[in-house]
Design a protein around this ligand. Structure first.
Ligand SMILES: NC(=O)c1ccc[n+]([C@@H]2O[C@H](COP(=O)([O-])OP(=O)(O)OC[C@H]3O[C@@H](n4cnc5c(N)ncnc54)[C@H](O)[C@@H]3O)[C@@H](O)[C@H]2O)c1
Ligand SMILES: CC(C)(O)[C@@H](O)C(=O)O
Ligand SMILES: [Mg+2]
Ligand SMILES: [Mg+2]
Length: 348
């Protein structure tokens, strides 16, 4: 574990050099890792673990799209691909990667397989933090650990294949065996993390729910919509509005921000842009900060969790969700985006 300084604050982090893959493999050499769920995180984590040489199996409901995808990805029914029950029985580490709502529903099925000495692993603090609402309460004899990749399972896999790593947080809610720390770090390295930073289940879920509702997706989509609509209302074409709102951001500026930071971006655009962006950033901050405060409150009171549990457990949830997603997909902005993407030279 290293102490590193992040902008003036010291933090405990684990770097890949300090806990190399060889050490992770040695730590887990007698374990069977059962990845339960093959949606988005399941494929990324299980395939990275498999390619890294760990003993890993998958547990998934039979007969659906996810099962077929697992077979396509090389998991063999009866050998490395099982029903949820069979995988939970065989696993000494159970990576609970069903959707958060499904974790509640399937919990009574999983719980009997959590015998002393096993580890229960999450990639989100949701089930444990809001256990008054989820009913997920691990038995005393098991380790309860978390590795939460800070990004999509799709990126986790892509970055692994590119020899890169996606940063993850890690946490221990229960150390029953005295091995929870080495287990969680070995798994964090095994699934393809960049560096690992320490958190607890509550801070993980509070920050994660805030981030995805905020600047990672909700806020950014809201700001895109607002700017696009104003440009369109003032006579700008879809092409101009989309390029000035989204395409330039994702294709030109954000890759530069990712490499060098927004401070560098500010220093390397025109003096005209600098003047305006310095003047307007505070107005945007002041306009949106109360919304972020409201959002954080809604997360901390459990409202966001309850809303997600209530809507995700409705029988017509998928149909309603698809209607909302269709509206987004069919909006002028994202239809214009589809055309703009198709015109990228590399897509021709
Ligand atoms: N999606 C991501 O990239 C991402 C990123 C970080 C953390 N997480 C966390 O990882 C966990 C898994 O998320 P995900 O997005 O991969 O899940 P998901 O929504 O893709 O679902 C995973 C699996 O759950 C199965 N499932 C759904 N309902 C079920 C039911 N009733 N019974 C049995 N199986 C059922 C599906 O078949 C699917 O294979 C969650 O805790 C999530 O918060 C996800
Ligand atoms: C990929 C995200 C948004 O970071 C994750 O938190 C999720 O819930 O899918
Ligand atoms: Mg999330
Ligand atoms: Mg997240």
């Amino acid at each position: 574990m290293a102490m590193l300084n992040f902008g003036g604050t010291d933090e405990k982090v684990v770097l890949r050099e300090e806990f190399p893959l060889t050490k992770a493999l040695e730590t887990l050499k007698d374990e069977t890792i059962a990845v339960i769920g093959y949606g988005v995180q399941g494929p990324g984590q299980s395939m990275n673990l498999r390619d890294n040489g760990f003993n890993v199996i998958v547990g998934q409901r039979q007969g659906g799209k996810s099962w077929d995808k697992a077979v396509e990805d090389g998991w063999i029914p009866g050998k490395t691909l099982f029903s949820i029950e069979e995988a939970a029985e065989k696993g000494t580490i159970i990576q609970y990667l069903l959707s958060d709502a499904a974790q509640i529903e399937v919990w009574p099925t999983i719980k009997p397989f959590l015998t002393p000495g096993k580890a229960l692993y999450f990639s989100h603090g949701f089930g444990i933090t809001y256990n008054d609402r989820t009913g997920i309460q691990a038995p005393e004899g098991v380790d309860v650990i978390l590795v939460a990749p800070k990004g999509s399972g799709t990126s986790l896999r892509r970055m692994f294949l590119q020899g890169r790593g996606l940063n993850s947080s890690y946490a221990i809610a229960q150390d029953a065996t005295g091995r929870a720390y080495e287990r969680v770090i070995a798994l964090g390295i095994g699934v393809g993390s960049g560096y690992l930073f320490e958190t607890d289940f509550k801070r993980e879920v509070y920050s994660d729910l805030t981030g995805e509702r905020g600047t990672l997706m909700g806020a950014i989509q809201g700001i895109f919509e607002a700017q696009y609509q104003v440009l369109r209302a003032n006579g700008h074409t879809p092409s101009e509005a989309f390029n000035e709102t989204v395409e330039e951001l994702t294709q030109s500026l954000m890759p530069l921000v990712a490499e060098n930071g927004m401070d560098w971006m500010y220093a390397n655009c025109s003096t005209t842009a600098q003047r305006g962006a310095l003047d307007w950033k505070d107005k945007f901050r002041d306009a949106t900060k109360p919304v972020f405060e409201d959002l954080y409150r809604s997360v901390a009171t459990g409202n966001e969790a309850q809303r997600s549990i209530d809507s995700n457990s409705q029988t017509d949830y998928r149909v309603k969700l698809e209607a909302e997603l269709r509206e987004l997909r069919e909006s002028e902005m994202w239809q214009a985006g589809r055309t703009v993407r198709s015109l990228r030279p590399e897509n021709n």
